[in-house]
Design a protein around this ligand. Structure first.
Ligand code: APR
Length: 236
């Protein structure tokens, strides 16, 4: 059935979360086993209050994430999605992930709702830096401001361009596939519903139940995303 949907769909959009990158070795946030937020309270570190009032802990946490992501790479699932885009089977990816792995694997049409760890910018003057600045220099801009990763912290607004692209893509989709997200964070978790409201079939592949399973046309739990994508690719 899934392959029929994929082959018959006119406009397929894939929506990914941190579960898309655990098979590359990166932790997700809320997996009951070893999600990042099970060890670190996000309200204490993943917001501008931490950046302004607890800067050393903020930088330690994010500098290690920025440097750590350089030691990992996309897995077969990212590669399959890039190949499918190249073959015209899927049209775009909306991702909550900040690791940049979809682009490294070759995907071109990627909306990064929560920004990227691959770039930094000065919290005071906005000057942009590559993530190498966390290697080459301490975490201050020439202007004296703090260098932070160009990701969306809790309480910050999403990048306008990525949000608008995601909205357009969700409205155009007739097949919307969620891969590896608990769908627990707004406004990102609204896009599957926007697609559904616009007549799309909604498919959710996630190891654990998500908050939107009841709206899905098909739910696949307790499976690894890489294996599911490989199976669909083999059956084409
Ligand atoms: N295959 C299938 N599902 C998986 C796999 C896998 N290999 N690995 C993890 N999962 C599932 C987990 O069961 C979990 O439900 O992926 C889901 C990931 O959910 P979260 O950890 O909540 O990540 P995500 O939904 O991307 O979080 C959204 O929250 O903290 C913010 O900004 C952060 O972008 C993030 C946002």
């Amino acid at each position: 059935m899934m392959n029929d949907w994929l082959n018959q769909s006119r406009y397929t959009v894939v929506f990914t979360g941190a579960g898309m990158s655990t098979e590359s070795g990166l932790p997700d946030f809320r997996s009951s086993s070893h999600g990042l937020w099970n060890k670190q309270d996000p309200s204490k570190i993943a917001n501008t209050d931490a950046l302004n009032n607890n800067v050393d802990a903020f930088i330690d946490f994010y500098r290690s994430r920025v440097l750590n992501v350089k030691d990992y790479k996309p897995h077969k699932g990212h590669q399959i999605l890039a190949d499918w885009e190249n073959q015209g089977l899927i049209q775009s990816i909306i991702t909550q992930n900040v690791d940049g792995f979809h682009q490294v694997a070759g995907s071109k049409h990627v909306a990064e709702l929560h920004g990227t760890l691959q770039k930094l910018h000065c919290q005071s003057c906005g000057r942009k830096y590559s993530s190498e600045a966390y290697v080459d220099r301490d975490y201050y801009c020439e202007c004296g401001g703090i260098l932070r990763p160009s990701i969306v912290l809790f309480g910050e607004t999403l990048p306008q361009q990525a949000f608008q692209t995601a909205l357009t893509e969700a409205e155009k989709a007739d097949l919307f596939i969620v891969l590896g997200s608990s769908l627990s964070v707004t406004p990102a978790n609204q896009f599957p519903l926007i697609a559904k409201d616009n007549g799309a079939k909604l498919v959710i592949v996630n190891r654990e139940p998500t908050e939107l399973d009841k709206f899905a046309d098909k739910v696949i739990h307790h499976r690894q995303i890489g294996d599911v994508l490989q199976e669909w690719d083999n059956a084409r």
